[in-house]
Write a protein that binds this ligand. Structure first.
Ligand code: BGC
Length: 350
């Protein structure tokens, strides 16, 4: 009955793209906020004994390998939790990597009367504004993937989540960086292929404002140094999590520094895929004359690690994180107390 009603409404409102989290049609909202609200209200009226919770999910950018896996899992896990009497209507929006766009989307969610908001911030330095507005509207806010630390891990952000209805669900990026370093340390030559007493590396950085990028960059090298290895940074450049940038940076570094490059660290697998292509094009061989590290454990990269074309990666558990984010959202929707932080472990893959 409810599904029929939804499809009728959707076919009338052609512009609407709506995600229903209960096994119905899966589409995604871009601009059609009003139509979504209308459908939701009608749905609630139509089924007196069913409670429908409206959840807004704001993703920093749909065009991101890892966040695509993550958001798809949020949607399917919500769908799996629907029962005859409780429904979750999930509306997912693309921030297009633009903070102003995302702020508008969050304001729309507030106007639409979302019962909870899950937000993957475009800029963690805007966390305060978003938190203030969502809290003032009395809506629980579950921040995911980008820990609100402000610019460069600004200490003044400590305590920013001190609010009964706000939390962060994520993985501690220091751990992923440390694991990258430990994978190199476990190699027979500890990454020092040419035996000159130091590990000469290229660092391909995600988005420098993102704590995941900051910590992975820092802690991968710290792990080597803490174990007594000397390191030399040949190139450190921003690849914004993107495969094409990873390829471009690695190709330039390899042509400039040639055999001196012993390890290429990438803050994520997306960029490592690009670096792998550049390594191959340069006639180098992972595991023989160069090492390549990523983070996320995308399926392709796990395959590459088992075939030896990548040295190692670190599982960024999008399933664990998305399920935790949804479980916490459900707790908040039920009026239960939530913590301010929920951590999901990374897993080393080598
Ligand atoms: C992932 C990256 C992703 C980024 C988005 C990180 O945790 O490792 O692949 O691009 O999150 O914020």
């Amino acid at each position: 009955m409810k599904k029929k009603l939804l499809s009728a409404l959707l076919s009338v409102a052609m512009v609407a793209t709506l995600l229903v989290g209960c096994g119905g049609a899966t589409t995604t909202v871009e601009e059609a906020a009003e139509t979504t609200t209308e459908v939701a209200e009608t749905t609630e009226e139509a089924s007196g004994d069913v409670t429908t919770y409206k959840v807004g999910v704001a993703i920093y950018q749909f065009d991101d390998n890892f966040m695509t896996l993550y958001r798809n899992e949020i949607e399917s896990y919500f769908a799996s939790l629907c029962t005859d009497t409780v429904k979750y209507e999930v509306t997912t929006v693309d921030g297009k990597n633009d903070m102003a766009t995302q702020t508008d989307q969050i304001r729309n969610f507030i106007t639409q009367g979302m019962d909870a908001i899950i937000c993957n911030l475009v800029q963690t330095s805007s966390a305060e504004v978003i938190i203030d507005e969502v809290v003032a509207a009395g809506i629980p806010l579950i921040l995911i993937n980008r820990e609100p630390l402000g610019d460069n891990g600004d200490e003044s952000y400590a305590g920013i989540l001190d609010n009964a209805t706000v939390c962060y669900v994520g993985a501690d990026a220091r751990q992923s960086g440390t694991y990258q370093g430990e994978i190199v340390l476990a190699l027979d030559n500890k990454g020092d292929i040419n035996g000159d007493g130091k590990v000469s590396y290229v660092m391909i950085v995600g988005d420098p404002e993102n704590p995941d990028a900051q910590y992975r960059t820092e802690f991968s090298i710290k792990a080597l140094n803490d174990a007594g290895m000397e390191t030399e940074c040949l190139v450190e450049q921003v690849g914004n999590w993107a495969t094409d940038k990873g390829q471009e940076i690695a190709a330039t570094a390899l042509s400039q520094h040639g055999d001196a490059v012993e390890v290429i660290f990438c803050n994520n697998d997306g960029m490592a895929l690009g670096a792998a292509a550049a390594i191959e094009a340069a006639g180098r061989k992972v595991g023989e004359d160069i090492y390549l590290l990523g983070v996320d454990a995308l399926e392709e990269c796990q395959q590459m690690v088992s075939e030896g074309t990548m040295t190692g990666t670190v599982l960024n558990d999008h399933i664990g994180q998305s399920h935790k984010a949804v479980d916490v959202t459900v707790e908040a929707l039920n009026g239960n107390a939530i913590d301010n932080y929920y951590w999901v472990d990374y897993v080393m893959i080598k």
